[in-house]
Design a binder for this molecule. Structure first.
Ligand code: SAM
Length: 218
């Protein structure tokens, strides 16, 4: 069963590479090391190689492989970078980030049931010591470990949450979908230019995420 699942996963990774979505050796290797079926419930494992979002507990979703690959390629993660993820969900993206930066990763989830789901998945996959799941409102960031080289938000916001820009290192970047509550957002890359929080914003096209719910979100 596991062998079959892994073979299908390898084919998905190769397809993403052929389509030009996976571009770098590092992202390809991380995808091969961290198959998506390890982060979904038993009944969804057979669908984990399909390039679509899948349901996880509490009415949330694990993103489609192409979406995760697009964001990780844009993030240009390097070994040793300090990364904060907002929206742990299943823990899959956080485990991929840990493979890329080869150091501790911080990830915030607002729904207790999902923080627990992610912790279990991460433990089974062997990431419990490197990925730290924090239960809370990620629109406030996670000040104890700031500043961050990268902040990756995997839920859709109405606007850029200012605490996240404050917690970026100068030269660091935030990736965040910003737009409407349902259906459509634009993926923004926000580069922090100075300590006053001046920024350059690059738009990377339309995406569809579940809402970022919180003090600086919906
Ligand atoms: N990155 C996840 C993965 O790899 O499975 C998928 C994330 S899912 C599309 C979005 C997640 O963001 C949901 O689990 C949701 O509960 C969470 N979320 C929404 N608003 C949040 C907030 N203010 N703080 C932290 N998590 C939040």
């Amino acid at each position: 069963m596991e062998g079959e699942l892994y073979l299908k996963w390898v084919r998905r990774v190769e397809a993403l590479e052929r389509e030009g979505i996976i571009k770098s050796r590092q992202v390809k290797e991380a995808f091969l090391k961290v198959p998506r079926y390890k982060f979904v419930s038993e009944e969804n494992k057979q669908w984990a190689h399909i390039d679509e979002p899948l349901p996880i507990p509490a009415g949330q979703t694990i993103s489609a492989p192409h979406m995760v690959a697009i964001m990780l390629e844009l993030a240009k993660l390097e070994e040793g970078m300090r990364v904060l993820e907002i929206g742990t969900g299943s823990g899959w993206n956080a485990a991929l980030i840990a493979e890329l930066v080869k150091t501790d990763v911080y990830t915030v989830e607002r729904i207790p049931e999902l923080a627990e789901f992610a912790r279990k998945n991460l433990e089974r996959a062997g990431y419990e010591n490197r990925v730290h799941v924090i239960l809370g409102d990620g629109t406030n960031g996670f000040p104890p470990k700031a500043p961050y080289d990268r902040i990756i938000v995997t839920a859709g916001a109405p606007k850029v949450p200012e605490p996240l820009v404050e917690q970026l290192r100068v030269g660091g970047k935030l990736l965040i979908p910003v737009g409407s509550y349902h259906l459509w957002q634009e993926l923004l890359e926000v580069v922090k230019l100075d300590e006053r929080g001046r920024r350059r914003i690059i738009k990377h096209g339309g995406v569809a995420f579940v809402p970022l719910v919180g003090e600086h979100g919906w």
